[in-house]
Design a protein around this ligand. Structure first.
Ligand code: HAM
Length: 426
């Protein structure tokens, strides 16, 4: 038997009803905040990711699905292609390619779709997973650098999580400064690590060499006291970065959004500058990030584009759904009517009635004339229907139907003309 590939999974009903409800809510909110959808390809030139996410990151160094695409004719070149591991790089590429910055306005863009990373699969971590991604990007003259963008984006996220019904989320906030700040911090970390690194785990010993910032991400309990004493990024921010972060925090305070400053939060992508954040939730056992994001003021230029500061986030939709389900959330779509044709020749009457009802906006499903009444009742219940509408010869003749409320057991006769209204309003 052929099964779904390791790390991939089928999303089935009724889970997909919850996925759709979340996506519909989020699209509605994006419209309220004046975001518009962008759809970029699922695979891109490999270099796009190595130059943006960063050669040294786990994502690029070991998790990408990359292949050599051979040329099919003289007009084509062989090239290295990669299934997108995240959405930001593609959105910024599209921003540059279509000169969206020439409009002089802020681009508020979102996209929803699958991403691919060859990680070790576990609950909440898949090789094909889904992100709801949003980016605000534009020329500095459009206000793209302003701390208002950061605060508004974070406020929107809090509203999204509240409105989809997630409880007890936590916002972890940090500023990792600009590139120059990080050069100084990197130096300070290397210095501080030198005398103690031999006491740490092997991963940290490696990280201390390759990318000392990643030491902060270590979860090994014995290493924690050492990490706690390492220098903090906040001590290395220059004045403009410090002011920027203070302004973001002041605006969050003003709108009443609680956050925790987490100076150990290390995002797994290299393009970030200044504000970075994650929203965590305990729904998967240990608190884990249901979403992450941050500012990337130099990303466009590093991809040969114009100066275009930006900030964005990606919600891990698989994790958001798991977190909602851990709270007992399920989709509540109910079928209004199950039509039970009774006896030979009733199927086409049932189809006609279903057509009428559905055209009046009533959710309806149809059994089959070969089913006995008992079976129709069982199937109506399995379908989660609110009412069963019984349709036999007498009903067709009188144009009046027996409608039974499956929860209360109450049964009434309703005329054809009144039926849609009755099913909708009761
Ligand atoms: P990220 O932190 O790599 O950021 O991913 C964002 C979210 O995607 C994570 O918080 C997590 O919920 C989810 N996620 C990541 N990997 C997996 C996986 N293997 N299985 C299930 N869920 C996963 C980014 O991707 C950035 N592009 C976000 C961003 C947008 N920054 C600025 N703009």
């Amino acid at each position: 038997m052929i099964k779904a590939v390791r790390g991939t999974r089928d999303l089935l009903p009724p889970d997909t009803d919850l996925w759709n409800r979340v996506e519909a809510k989020v699209r509605d909110l994006f419209a309220r905040y004046n975001y518009h959808e962008i759809r970029t390809p699922i695979f891109e030139d490999t270099q796009l990711f190595s130059r943006s996410v960063g050669e040294e990151t786990d994502i690029v160094s070991k998790e990408m699905f990359t292949w050599e695409d051979r040329a099919r004719g003289h007009s084509e070149k062989a090239q290295s292609l990669t299934l997108r591991p995240e959405a930001t790089a593609g959105v910024v590429r599209a921003y540059i390619e279509h000169r969206l910055g020439d409009k002089g306005t802020l681009q508020k863009l979102y996209c929803v779709g699958p991403q691919f990373r060859r990680e070790r699969p576990q609950k909440g971590r898949y090789r094909q997973f889904y992100q709801i991604d949003a980016e605000i990007i534009g020329p500095p003259s459009a206000g793209s650098e302003s701390p208002l963008r950061d605060a508004e984006l974070l406020e929107m996220l809090a509203t999204i999580l509240d409105e989809v019904g997630l409880r007890d989320w936590q916002l972890q906030l940090n500023s990792i400064g600009c590139a120059e700040d990080r050069v100084r911090y990197d130096k300070a970390l290397r210095q501080a690590l030198q005398p103690v690194v031999h006491l740490m785990c092997v991963d940290c010993q490696r990280r201390a060499e390759t990318n000392p910032l990643r030491v902060l991400d270590c979860k090994v309990p014995e290493d924690q006291p050492i990490i706690e004493k390492l220098p903090r990024i906040s001590q290395y921010l220059d004045e403009p970065c410090r002011e920027h972060f203070a302004a973001v925090r002041a605006m969050l305070d003003a709108v009443g959004i609680a956050y925790t400053i987490n100076e150990r939060m290390v995002r797994g992508l290299d393009y970030y500058t200044r504000t970075t954040f994650e929203f965590t939730h305990g729904g998967l056992g240990a608190p884990s990030a249901v979403l992450g994001g941050g500012r990337y003021d130099g990303l466009s230029e590093s991809l040969d584009g114009p100066k275009a500061p930006g900030i964005g986030f990606a919600i891990g939709e698989d994790r958001l759904i798991l977190a909602l389900q851990s709270q007992g959330e399920a989709a509540t779509e109910t079928l209004q009517a199950y039509i039970a044709p009774l006896g030979a020749g009733m199927n086409f009457h049932a189809l006609k009635l279903a057509r009428e009802l559905r055209r009046h906006g009533v959710g309806a499903d149809i059994g089959d004339e070969s089913f006995r009444l008992k079976k129709s009742f069982e199937l109506a219940e399995k379908a989660g229907a609110r009412f069963i509408v019984i349709l036999g010869e007498n009903e067709v003749a009188s144009d009046e139907f027996a409608v039974k409320d499956l929860a209360s057991g109450q049964q009434v006769q309703v005329s054809r003309a009144e039926l849609a209204k009755y099913l909708t309003n009761n």
